[in-house]
Design a protein around this ligand. Sequence first.
Ligand code: NDP
Length: 240
Amino acid sequence: MSEPTTGPRSVLVTGGNRGIGRAIAEAFLAQGDLVAVTTRSGGAPDGALELKADVTDASSIDGAFADAEAAHGPVEIVVANAGITRDTLLLRMSEDDWADVLDTNLTGSFHVVRRAAKGMLRLRRGRIVLVSSVVGLLGSPGQVNYAASKAGLVGMARSLARELGPRGITANVVAPGYVDTDMTAALSDEQKAAIRDRVPLGRYASPAEVADAVTWLASERAAYVTGAVIPVDGGLGMGH
Ligand code: NDP
């Protein structure tokens, strides 16, 4: 069994410049960890190392990890958070709508975890957290591409949990419901009200509430949790 770490840990969060990823980066920073965030557009939180990278491009992700490791040491905690939507009904969904979402959300996460696992296997410890969505298991009209990509992350995490568990590495999924970010700002007031009506807790999550689940999964308290899907959805997805 690997020794628990003491002191700050090297953390990398994709899409850590805004929304949920930013809240995750800030939560690790608040714990005193060494945090690198990848972004395409810039704007990392104060105290984080900002790295330009596109998750759809494996070599750009490799470069970001190399920079993070040079600054902070081997990445011990990785959060694959970067994601997009291209919502539309099935018969209107173009090849590009499908491919862009799968390339970013699913293949992008593959690029990130493959690179992260290299260092973690050497360390014989590590925490992998994939940011999925309640929609991955519940389904959602107009989100065939997005739901497929997010469901794929569950199979990915569970396979990682089996493959990497013997080397002291955990892999888990956080499945948020609706969270107040740029992604959901695009919804109309009517859509937002309809969503709130379906959520037992009657409101959206804050990004910080999602970050709490991620930092817990990365903590020593969650050392025996792997292959899990942790909902942070106000009860929306119960039973899924
Ligand atoms: P935002 O739209 O606010 O932010 C998306 C983030 O992903 C940005 O940091 C963006 O970087 C990054 N990103 C997108 N595409 C790429 C790419 N190709 N390469 C690198 N980075 C990229 O989204 P949220 O914060 O709302 O969502 C974060 C995650 O949480 C996503 O995976 C999303 O699917 C998931 N989620 C969100 C929910 C919500 O209600 N908001 C609910 C459930 C899950 P940049 O700014 O540089 O473009």
